[in-house]
Design a protein around this ligand. Sequence first.
Ligand code: EPU
Length: 407
Amino acid sequence: MSSFIINGGKRLRGEIIVGGSKNAVLPIIFASIMTEGVSVLRGAPDISDVRVALGILEDLGAVAWRVGDKLYIDTTSLRYTPPRECLVSQIRASAYLLGACLARFGEAELAPFGGCAFEHRPIDMHLQAISLLGAEQIGSRFLAKKLHGATIIHKTVSVGATVNAILLATAANGTTRIFGYAKEPHVILLIDYLRLAGADISVFDDYLLIEGGAPLVGAEITVIPDMIEAGTFLALSLATDSELKIVGASQGELKSFLAVLERGGVTVVCDDDSVTARGKPTSPLEVITAPYPEFPTDLQPQTAALMSATSGGKITEGVWRSRFGYLNELEKFGVRFSRDGATATVYPSRLHSARAVATDLRGGAAELILALLTSGESVINEAQIINRGYESIIKKLRAVGAEIYEI
Ligand code: EPU
C-alpha cells in the first residue's frame, strides 16, 4: 500500500521524458516465453506490472536482468509450472500466458487474470481463438496436442484477444488469418518483435496473415514510448496552466487526443520527438473513445479531470461502456458530472484539494491531476495502483516543480 501526498496549486515548468509503454512491453515479455535464447528489450519501463510479469516468467525458469535501460530475458531453459495466483491476479497481461504457454509447452491454465477492475473483462474471444487454433479446454486446463492454422474473425476489436491469437497462431502449423484485429501501436510492436524472432506475419488493412510453425529465437527490440503516459502529462500541463514539454510523445499516435484538444481551443506544438500543449480549452471537449486510431479509452479519465478544470465536456465510452466509477472519487475534489449509460457529462467545477482513493490506474492518474492543480494538501491512497503504469512518476513530477511525496 502506498499514498501520494501532494501540495498542489503550483505551475509546473520544464520537460518530462516519457517512459517505455506498459501495454507494449507486457505482450513482448510474455511472447518471449515462445522463444529460445536471450531477448533484449531496450527502454523497458521499470514499473510494477513489468516486475510482476518477470516474476511469472522466472517461475517458468526464465532469467531476467537489467543493464541500464535494457531488460534482458533468457528463456533458454523453461519448463511448465502452473502460474501462481498471487502473481497472475495482479496484472491483466497475464492472460497472455494462455497463448504463450500453449505455444511453448502445449499446456496452459485458466487463472484469475488481474488488472484494473473498472468493468467485467470477458475473455470469450481469447478462448474462441485458442479453440479455433486446435487447443482443447478440459476444465481450467488447456492442452495443445495439434495446433493448426485457422480463420479467426473477431466480433469486436480486442487488444488482448488479438495478442493471444497472434501468439498461438505463430506456433500453429499452417496459415492463420485474423480479421478485425486490434491496430494499436503496441500490437504492431509485438508483431515486429515476433518477426525479428523468426515468425512469418504479414499485416494487411483488414487482417493479419500468419504462416505458423517456425522456431523462434530471442530478439532485440526498442519499446515505444508510452502514448498514454504522454497524454496524461499533456492533460496535467493544460489543467495546471503549465507549459510542459513532453519528450517522447508521438504526434501520430496521439492524433485523436490532440485533435480533441485543438477543437477545444488548445494550441498544440509538435516537433520530431516532443509535444507541448498551450492555453486552456475554451469550449467543451467532446470525447468518443474507440479502438486505435480513435480516442483511447485509457486517456478518458485524465481528460475528464481536464474538463472539470476548464470548459467541461462530454465523454462517450465506446470500449468500456461503464468505465466511469472513478468519477465518484473525482467528486471529492469538487468535480460535477452527470451520467447516462455510456455517456458522462463533466461540468466546469469549483475544485479543491481532497483525500481520495485511486480506483484504477487511469482513474488514479486523473485524481493526481486534480491534486496537483488544486491548492492545499491532497492525499491519494492506494497509490501503488498508479505506480503500476507510470515509471518514476514522483521523480518526474518533482523535477518539474511539483510538491509530491510517497509514503
Ligand atoms: N472483449 C470481449 N471479449 C474478449 C475480450 C474483450 O468482449 O474476449 C471486449 C471488452 O469487454 C472491451 C473490448 O473488447 O469492451 C476491448 O477490450 P480489450 O480486450 O481490447 O482490452 P484488454 O486487452 O483487456 C487492453 C489494455 C487496457 C485498455 C484496453 C483497450 C493491456 C494490458 N490492457 O486491455 O489498458 O483499456 O486494451 O484499449 O494492454 C490500462 O492500461 O489502463 C488499461 C486498462
